[in-house]
Ligand binder design. Structure first.
Ligand code: DAH
Length: 339
């Protein structure tokens, strides 16, 4: 028995397990109910009584030694269990699916980048606006139909607080605070009380442009818009300015670009006209300048406004406005990788 105790004690000193799992095996081998030390305790019952005390002490010492040794070994592998068993550092990583930018953001960013190259700044204004900034300062007569509840969402009546129906309201805010020269574009959301269909929505996005300085002319407007159209739709693009009317510009025009799909020959996108309507523009009405604290005798300016949804439809051949707002993954993932 003494021999056996000594042998196990020596063995314990030389144990060299390589993992936490091996330590566990050793614990079972030496310390479990059916382990080596438990079996020595079994044998201990038949030890003659004259040496029982001596052997008992040795056996208890052995048990303590084994417990301490195994605990010490277990401690040395703490924290490494995962490394040993689960973590394979050579395994290839899992793919992280690439997100995509919303097509409206892509187009908005592209338009911003074109105009910032021309020295335009970006300005912002509130979506919940008062009547002055959306209509009155912009020369809308009191009975103008756009002020009607049919078109405009009202938050409060008298004084009227509304959701802005166009980003032209930001022009007013900029002019009220800045001194010419002013060169700015204002992207943002606008709201109109329209039934939702493939061609209309009650929420959409516009970009407004404003340039005010001494001697700004219609020729400057035309050249700026031609530069924009060629940068955005391609260098061979032609533009056409048709006379139009807006209360806040005089003269006013609408700009068409030559259809980039059929190169002006006529197709179903341009309805066989060869032209696509893109934006409204004009020279800022002197009344508007004066309303906003800019002397219309010294300064002139031009303004333009375009719908981002429409331009995105033309660029990507999107046929239904509602797709922009549905967050359908099958639609959005087609823009993966575009920046
Ligand atoms: N605010 C107009 C609209 O919502 C667009 C527009 C037209 C803006 C002509 C302008 C402009 O600045 O000069 O339909």
């Amino acid at each position: 028995m003494i021999e056996k105790i000594k042998q196990i004690a020596d063995e314990l000193v030389g144990l060299a397990p390589k993992s936490a799992a091996e330590v566990e095996d050793l614990r079972i081998k030496y310390l479990s109910k059916k382990g080596l030390i438990a079996s020595l305790f079994n044998d201990f019952r038949s030890v003659p009584s004259d040496i029982k005390k001596e052997i008992g002490v040795k056996l208890n010492d052995l048990k303590n030694q084994a417990t301490n040794r195994i605990n010490e070994l277990a401690e040395s592998f703490k924290g490494q269990t995962v490394v040993e068993n689960d973590l394979d550092l050579t395994r290839p990583g899992t793919d992280i699916p690439l997100g995509s930018r919303h097509p409206l953001s892509l187009v908005k960013n592209e338009i911003i980048s074109i105009f910032t190259r021309l020295g335009f700044t970006i300005s912002d204004g509130p979506e919940v606006e008062d009547d002055w900034h959306v209509f009155s300062a912009l020369n809308f007569p009191p009975e103008h139909p756009a002020r009607d509840m049919q078109d405009t969402f009202f938050i409060e009546k008298d004084p009227d607080i509304i959701l802005r129906t166009h980003t032209s309201s930001v022009q007013v805010r900029v002019m009220e605070h800045a001194k010419p020269p002013i060169r700015t574009i204002s992207p943002g959301r606008v709201f109109r009380n329209e039934a939702i269909s493939a061609r209309a929505h009650c929420i959409f996005h516009q970009i407004e442009g404003l340039y005010i300085d001494k001697n700004v002319s219609f020729a400057d407007l035309r050249q700026t818009l031609l530069y924009f159209a060629r940068e955005f739709f391609g260098q061979e693009t032609q533009i056409r300015l048709r006379p139009s009317f807006f209360p806040f510009t005089e003269p006013s025009a609408e700009m068409d670009v030559s259809c980039s799909l059929c190169k002006g020959k006529g197709c179903n996108v341009c309805k066989y006209t060869g032209w696509l309507e893109v934006l409204g523009c004009g020279m800022v009405d002197p009344n508007v300048l004066d309303n906003c604290g800019i002397d219309s005798k010294t300064y002139t300016g031009f303004a333009f406004g375009m719908g981002i949804e429409r331009i995105t439809m033309l660029k990507y051949g999107i046929k239904d406005l509602r797709l922009y707002f549905e967050n359908d993954y099958r639609f959005l993932k087609q823009f993966q990788g575009a920046v």
